[in-house]
Write a protein that binds this ligand. Sequence first.
Ligand code: NAD
Length: 503
Amino acid sequence: MAITADRETPIRSFDSTSPATGEVVGSFPMDGPEQVAAAVGRAREAQRGWDELGFEGRRRALLTYKALLVRRADELIDLVHRENGKPRADALIEVLMIVEHLDWAARNAARVLGPRRVRGTLVLANHAASVEYQPLGVVGVIGPWNYPVFTPLGSVAYALAAGNAVVLKPSELTPAVGCFLVDTFADAVAGQPVLQVVTGDGTTGHALCLAGVDKVALTGSPATGRKVMATCAERLTPVVLELGGKDAMVVDADADLDAAAGQALWGGMANAGQTCLAVERVYVVDAVYQPFLDRLAERAAQVRPGGGPDADFGPITLPRQLDVIRRHLDDAFARGARAVVGGPDAVHPPYVDPVVLVDVPDDALVMREETFGPVLPVTRARDADHAVALANANPHGLGAAVFAGRRAGPIARALRAGSVSVNSVLTFAGIPSLPMGGVGESGFGRIHGPDGLREFSRAKAVTRQRFPLPFPMQSFDRPRYVLPAVKAAMRLRHGRAPRPRRG
Ligand code: NAD
């Protein structure tokens, strides 16, 4: 059955289709500046009541939303499968992960953002000091299609818990999932439209950036990140940018090679490699290179794409991504790379078979740019330091993985990435108390965890004079002796260089 969004009469509309079958999943309005501005206006109204609900009221509302999403999980999983193409098992993982985030954001917002006393200084000992984090107002969330539940709600949950209203612009490839998330919220939480949806392509996202929202949270490609930031600069609207990755895995000599090979395969090929945090490069130290590769190749040869229940991963959702994958493969082969699994004809739309590449030069496209396909280049490194240096020689820095024993900690610390999993892949994304975000081309700002709550808040500092001093500093009536006395006190307290610590 096709879904038709039941909102204002659209001027133009567009269809979303199943990437596996071409079936029309739904028809949606191509919202323009007028519709977007109206949604932001309604959100501004709704935000007041949402703010007044306080942390406890919002906690209950968000937990009610979470529970309804869980009760409707089968419907949501089916919709994600149809509209994005991924297997139902992958859709279930997505829903499971975001439910944990919703729960954490709802339960922890008061603790992280609520008012708390902070210590003052000796000079201002007569003042009490406190800090609290207040909502920004209305947040515009612009989402991608590859994790149409997890990625937008990863911002939406934290923005709502912090007391903001949200206008969501889902990807034009997965608007039905976006509408489902928003409709379910409306069913769970009565009253003003605290969470709304606008549908359309990049022009709708552009309109949202210009609609006077208080922050834009984009999850998308670095190219879109640049555009969004430039547009938002016009109104000094702050942005948080969760952009693409080229995540590396480092395998050290004392790693569990079976586990490393299994996780490299899953991290690289689950969701057909269309994961911002997908393993897209593997660096293996010389001592274990061949046994690792043998294990990986043996397993990769058994993995199959398809649309049926037995498929390990689904189709490529964005048709033009097939050209990118083909280009990366052709370029790698032209530069002397070899495929130990798959080959030049791996791309057969809408599917791509698993490809494991070796002997790929560092400057090949598949080593530098996001491939977003089930293609895994494996590179031999002299040792762990060399592997880290190779991993870090890339402008992206979203996530990374390390398989190692003794040196796992130092390697994880040395990798230039926002998050690292040791002896697993992608795990950090599923732990709600951890921040997530990138460096370099992968963006900036953080969603999830306490940092994610603060990303959608404004720190507010308040001091309260508890009693007046007999010799006020902040006054034209200051007696003459005050400044010399204060200077002497400053010297006494701060004028000595620190002594070296013992031991
Ligand atoms: P995209 O950049 O093409 O689009 C993302 C969203 O931005 C869409 O909703 C799109 O309509 C909108 N958009 C496009 N142009 C715009 C403009 N000028 N102004 C405002 N909005 C605009 O990305 P995509 O193809 O949907 O998603 C894949 C990308 O997202 C990959 O690079 C992937 O790595 C990245 N991603 C990152 C994360 C993360 O957490 N860092 C998570 C998932 C996906």
